[in-house]
Design a binder for this molecule. Structure first.
Ligand SMILES: C[S@@+](CC[C@H](N)C(=O)[O-])C[C@H]1O[C@@H](n2cnc3c(N)ncnc32)[C@H](O)[C@@H]1O
Length: 356
């Protein structure tokens, strides 16, 4: 508790948060409409009309948006010529194509606000248990963009432990559980042509997208399946040498069942890499995490209600944290060999496990 804080001081802090929330939605507009990209390509000193024309948008809306961006100190303005400039280093942070960019992530906030009213109802005692995936229009599309921003090259969890690369080079069977649009598993299939890869996702939309990705890359060593991870094919018992799951387990309605299915399909001594949010189970242990409120909000507005939607859903939430995760992995019959942050700009914990 901060005893020296006055109501005025606190009020200013809240005003700052309010302002940042609105500004963040403004940044999302710049990302979604391609305005940042247009400004980056045009260079310095352009009028609102020139920027609107380059982005193929209405000038009046672009001018109002520029007001947000200038006063929010994202875009610079020359008063006399009434021209605007997005400095190159800022454009790189907001819309770089070949690396992680935070601009894409701002789009999550307005997307999640689609369910603001329904989630408010979920809070009430007699309200709905949770929300189905179908309530989140555009979620898969955005996850696809975010995954590309996050894993622009071969995911570095592969090289962060000594066991994985030699295993993949030796020609093994691998499956990605909750593979989404298949971006990660396709990168792996490309890099390790002697191994056989599979991707499983409950979403037909994601699997169609994954098959397209594999076809575009001309991959013949990856197969995709629309399936729930809570009941994988019976004939998959002890079929795989290596299983991965990237940001999938905490969303599950029945994570204990999914973990035991993963154990079942692994060969004896097989490995399981679980990438999940870098968070701690105790709220106060997340105080030094600068994006903890964003992660808890993502949980509150999507990951948790998506799981609670199902009867007796676990509702672990995005922030289930390391202790809870380690406890569940152990109960499912895994020996967690190491837990370490991945080297991504928005790191996950990599739980590297062995079937015991
Ligand atoms: C946060 S996304 C992560 C996608 C992908 N692994 C990535 O890193 O881009 C979680 C994925 O898990 C999938 N999923 C959720 N529940 C599932 C289940 N029971 N079985 C299979 N996939 C599931 C979702 O459809 C979604 O594509």
């Amino acid at each position: 508790m901060t005893s020296t804080e006055t109501a005025d001081m606190f009020s200013r802090i809240i005003l700052q948060h309010l302002n940042s929330g609105f500004l963040s939605v403004g940044i999302a507009f710049g990302s979604t409409t391609g305005l940042f990209q247009a400004m980056e390509n045009m260079g310095e000193g352009k009028t609102s009309q020139e920027i609107a024309d380059a982005a193929g948008l209405k000038e009046r809306y672009v001018r109002e948006w520029l007001g947000v961006m200038v006063t929010g100190k994202i875009v610079e303005m020359d008063d006399e010529s009434e021209t605007f400039n997005l400095p190159a280093h800022r454009a790189n942070v907001l819309c770089a194509k070949d690396k992680f960019n935070t601009g894409t992530y701002t789009e999550l906030l307005p997307l999640l606000c689609q369910v603001y009213s329904p989630i408010t109802k979920c809070f009430t005692k007699n309200g709905p248990r949770g929300m189905p995936y179908s309530s989140y229009t555009g979620l898969h599309e955005l996850m696809k963009k975010n995954t590309r921003a996050k894993y622009s090259k071969l995911p570095n969890f592969i090289t962060s432990v000594k066991e994985v690369r030699p295993l993949l080079e030796s020609g093994v069977n691998v499956v990605d559980i909750g593979c989404g649009d298949g971006f990660v598993v396709c990168r792996m299939a490309e890099a390790f042509p002697t191994s056989e890869f599979h991707g499983v996702d409950i979403s037909e939309e994601a699997i169609i997208s994954a098959r397209n990705e594999a076809a575009t890359l001309g991959l013949t060593n990856v197969t995709f399946h629309t399936h729930t991870a809570a009941r994988l094919p019976a004939y998959w018992s002890e079929l795989f040498d290596y299983v991965i799951a990237c940001d999938t387990i905490h969303d599950q309605a029945y994570p204990d069942v999914v973990l035991s299915e993963i154990r079942r399909i692994l060969k004896p001594n097989g490995y399981f890499s679980m990438m999940d949010i870098m968070a701690e189970s105790k709220i106060t242990d997340n105080m030094s995490n600068p994006i903890a409120p964003m992660l808890y909000m993502t949980s509150l507005m999507s990951c948790m209600p998506l799981s609670l939607y199902f009867e007796n859903g676990a509702g672990l939430g995005t922030m289930w944290g390391k202790d809870k995760a380690l406890g569940m992995l152990k109960s499912a019959g895994f020996q967690c060999i190491t837990v370490a942050p991945t080297e991504d700009e928005l790191p996950d914990y990599h739980y590297f496990n062995k079937k015991v």
